[in-house]
Design a binder for this molecule. Structure first.
Ligand code: C2E
Ligand code: CA
Ligand code: CA
Ligand code: CA
Length: 275
């Protein structure tokens, strides 16, 4: 039977409307959150397998909405990107992460996620410079994590900024490696310090041969290019053993620790532990 066009239209319109309203509200709430200080950072340790200690913490943005409670970054970061708010939010993140990391022992770095819009913004390297200067954090203790999507609108400007940051001493990691379309060509374009192997490969690394083969290939490729590797989303002992056997440099995931509040970082560093 043929559908009644008007009926279908009437049926879907309120739903679309509600989604658009929700999005608009989220945008307003994000602006408010930035103005009234509702954001904070959590930190998840990245465990260095060769040195047998925590070498880095990844900063992860947290938002406690006044009425909705915690909102996941996977919900609000895309909206912040679409509305351009990520530039201002990301600036806050950079300052806050550097400020807190300046109090950590000197062998511990901080890794900060940077979204494509933020990275491509003309003031980006200046914001990093300001954050380092104001916090006193040495540049080599800051690592930025970018995904290959920063390259989507052309490589030239991006490479220039990457070289500028590298010149300052900032480390650069390629995040979510293996999930994009053409990761390999980016490895040729820029000498990243680190490749982060996406959780989707790590998930089944101890179970299926193809995941294990892919992880091993990434680790070997990284070694040949003199880049470190971090396996993301390690949740159990079998994964850890497998990754260690394959020569991965560091691991991150719930098996070792969930993200913690800023105030718990020093305790975690002081705890005697081994992976
Ligand atoms: P990501 O950069 O890939 O960060 C890793 C995500 O995996 C984090 O989720 C972390 O909490 C989670 N994770 C870590 N270990 C495990 C594990 O063993 N199992 C599972 N299931 N998950 C694990 P989170 O904090 O919800 O962040 C989600 C994404 O939001 C991040 O993915 C990143 O893309 C983005 N994000 C977070 N903070 C920022 C930020 O400050 N700026 C920007 N631009 N993006 C951010
Ligand atoms: Ca990341
Ligand atoms: Ca990641
Ligand atoms: Ca990821």
């Amino acid at each position: 039977a043929k559908q009644d066009g008007r009926g279908v239209f009437r049926f879907f319109e309120p739903a679309l409307d509600a989604a658009a309203r929700k999005r608009r509200q989220l945008e307003l709430d994000l602006r408010e959150a930035l103005l009234t200080g509702q954001f904070r950072l959590n930190y998840q340790p990245i465990f260095d397998l060769a040195k047998d200690r925590i070498g880095c913490f990844e900063s992860l943005l947290r938002w406690e909405h006044p009425t909705r409670g915690n909102v996941s970054p996977s919900e609000f970061i895309p909206v912040a990107e679409e509305t351009g708010l990520i530039v201002a939010i990301g600036e806050w993140v950079m300052h806050e992460a550097c400020r807190q990391a300046a109090d950590w022992p000197s062998h511990v770095r901080v890794a900060v996620n940077v979204s494509p819009l933020q990275f491509r913004n003309s003031g980006f390297s200046n914001i990093i410079f300001q954050a380092l200067t104001r916090s006193g954090l040495p540049a080599n203790r800051l690592e930025i994590e970018i995904t290959e999507s920063v390259f989507l609108e052309g490589e030239d400007g991006v490479l220039q900024v990457l070289h500028q940051l590298r010149g300052m001493g900032v480390r650069i990691a390629l995040d979510d490696f293996g999930t994009g379309y053409s990761s390999l060509s980016y490895l040729r374009s820029f000498p990243f310090d680190k490749i982060k192997i996406d959780k989707s490969f790590v998930d089944r690394v101890a179970q299926d041969e193809s995941s294990a083969a892919i992880v091993l290939a990434i680790v070997d490729l990284a070694k040949a290019l003199k880049m470190e590797t971090t396996a993301e989303g390690v949740e159990d002992r079998d994964q850890l053993d497998q990754l260690r056997g394959q020569g991965c440099s560091s691991i991150q995931g719930y098996w070792f620790s969930r993200p913690v509040e800023g105030g718990a970082v020093l305790d975690l560093i002081a705890e005697p532990m081994s992976a």
